[in-house]
Design a protein around this ligand. Structure first.
Ligand code: ADP
Ligand code: MG
Ligand code: ZN
Length: 489
């Protein structure tokens, strides 16, 4: 019988910090600029140029650390990680080694009802390498774009605490979310501002000692992380089942072929010859700086979800959709606050929250998706609140509101303007509605008879007729009430 094995996974994440300038020089970190336009002697590694740490990057790394329950060191060190590669002009990367800025954190995850606390070994600061390009038309040459060189990164190293590909994926999603809400990372996997290497090993179930690990590189989507780990677990399992031993190596995931390939074996593993960087003094972080970072730490997604549920009465699902990105949750929160202020009819926070949650999840998010706008909502939160407020007082119907929203998005006009110009205003005048209902009842005695003899479905027929006669602008609630009154009276 084949033995059973337990997968063991530890993740290393490189997350780009949201500073405007680089880690050790004043060059811009803007993405997508023409190659080699954001460079200077420091990030090009010219002899004699001296690095100066970016205080903003240090502050962000501390904020991330606090969000992840880490201890921040008052004194840490930058170290040189030496290797030779064209994307590294100095032939070393400035990183942190023996004394990282942050240590001993944790992240709670839950998969299929199973909770797990994943330890975070360390979060250290470092600079990114440049980018090698292999453009068509360069005659097979490799070109180097140094714009990315020197960009501030945090490396977040987990303990080998995860036990499945699904847990690894969940850890990464959670981590990305926390970093985004802490305001330190944009969570953009495609642009490479959140990158992950996965370490995978197997051990016989019940054994304490860890098995030999394989490191998987180059995985740039959550889906691929999962696939790459699942593939690796199966690969190691079949090696072990056939009596072989797993070799320690680094493998790269190939998206087209859905399999991984050896990049380098243990023998080829690099020795980075780390040593403290003599150009940089100890990084000193005072307790005041830590306290300030703590004060600046925004509400984290888990706390937000709990608050949306308790204070605003949202469902767990609604709360999770609205906290899927900081831009969405801040839009939702401003919209709710504005609605509470703007609405002529007094609303409770729960009512306002529910109205905004519904409209944002249905109309706003659908609009963003069909128009391919990402998270750029073309209608401000306060304008949306105005629209929801006029639905609330019955001036227009919920159905019309969708049309009005699309118009607002397309033209930049305020809700009231759109309603006015399109003559959309809902008929809430009871005498107009009553008049219409009376006329219909007289015109359709047969249907009235049917209704009165128990066929309540006929109500729908009458509602449809009123709507048709008023071109859809009658207040549906009032129409229903009026019809019942006449039919049953
Ligand atoms: P390195 O110095 O080569 O980066 P580390 O000891 O720092 O190695 O570990 C890097 C990552 O690998 C960490 O996330 C750690 O949890 C994970 N890891 C270490 N050993 C194992 C193992 N046997 N199986 C799975 N993951 C492991
Ligand atoms: Mg490592
Ligand atoms: Zn520079």
């Amino acid at each position: 019988m084949a033995r059973t094995y337990e997968p063991v996974i530890g993740l290393e994440v490189h997350a780009q910090l949201l500073t405007r300038s680089k880690m050790f020089c004043g060059c811009s970190t803007e993405f997508g600029a023409p190659p080699n336009t954001h460079v200077c002697p420091v990030c090009l590694g010219l002899p004699g140029a001296l690095p100066v740490p970016n205080g903003g990057a240090v502050e962000m790394a501390i904020r991330a650390a606090l969000a992840l329950g880490c201890t921040v060191r008052n004194r840490s060190r930058f170290a040189r990680k030496n290797y030779f590669y064209p994307d590294l002009a100095k032939n070393y990367q400035i990183s942190q080694y023996e004394l990282p800025l942050n240590e001993h954190g944790r992240l709670e995850i839950e998969v299929d009802g199973v909770k797990r606390r994943v330890g975070i070994v360390r979060i250290h600061l470092e600079e990114d390498a440049a980018k090698n390009l292999h453009p068509v038309g360069a005659g097979g040459d490799t070109l180097v774009d140094f714009n990315r060189g020197g960009t501030p990164l945090m490396e977040i190293v987990s303990d080998p605490d995860m036990r499945s590909a699904a847990e690894a994926e969940e850890y990464l999603r959670k981590l990305r979310e926390i970093l985004m809400f802490a305001g330190v990372n944009d969570g953009n996997l495609e642009e490479g501002s959140f990158r992950c290497d996965a370490n995978v090993s197997l051990r016989p179930t019940g054994q304490k000692q860890l098995g030999t690990r394989v490191e998987l590189k180059n995985i740039n989507s959550f889906r691929f992380v999962r696939k790459a780990i699942e593939y690796e677990v199966m690969r190691q399992q079949s090696v072990l089942d056939s009596g072989g031993i797993v070799e320690q190596e680094t493998r790269a995931w190939n998206v087209e072929q859905s399999r991984s390939f050896t990049m380098r074996s243990k023998e080829e593993a690099m020795d980075y010859r780390y040593f403290p960087d003599p150009d940089l003094p100890e990084l000193v972080v005072s307790d005041e700086m830590i306290a300030r970072a703590r004060a600046q730490l925004a509400e984290l997604p888990a706390e937000k979800r709990a608050r949306y549920r308790s204070a605003l009465g949202l469902t767990e699902y609604d709360a999770s959709v609205l906290t899927s990105h900081p831009a969405i949750s801040s839009y939702f929160e401003s919209c709710t606050n504005e609605l509470l202020k703007a609405c002529e009819k007094p609303l409770s926070p729960q009512q306002a929250g529910k109205r905004c949650a519904n409209f944002i999840q249905s109309e706003v998010m659908r609009y963003l998706k069909t128009e391919g706008l990402g998270l750029q909502v073309p209608v401000t939160a306060s304008r949306l609140a105005e629209l929801i407020a006029i639905v609330e007082i019955g001036a227009i119907s919920g159905k019309m509101a969708k049309e009005v929203f699309a118009q607002m998005a397309a033209t930049g006009k305020a809700a009231k303007k759109v309603v006015e110009q399109k003559g959309l205003s809902q008929i809430s005048d009871a005498s107009v509605i009553d008049g219409e209902v009376e006329r219909l009842i007289q015109a359709h005695p047969e249907q009235v008879e049917q209704y009165r003899s128990g066929n309540k479905k006929v109500l729908g027929f009458f509602v449809g007729q009123v709507m048709k006669a008023t071109k859809g602008s009658a207040n549906p609630k009032m129409v229903n009430e009026a019809l019942r009154k006449y039919l049953e009276g």
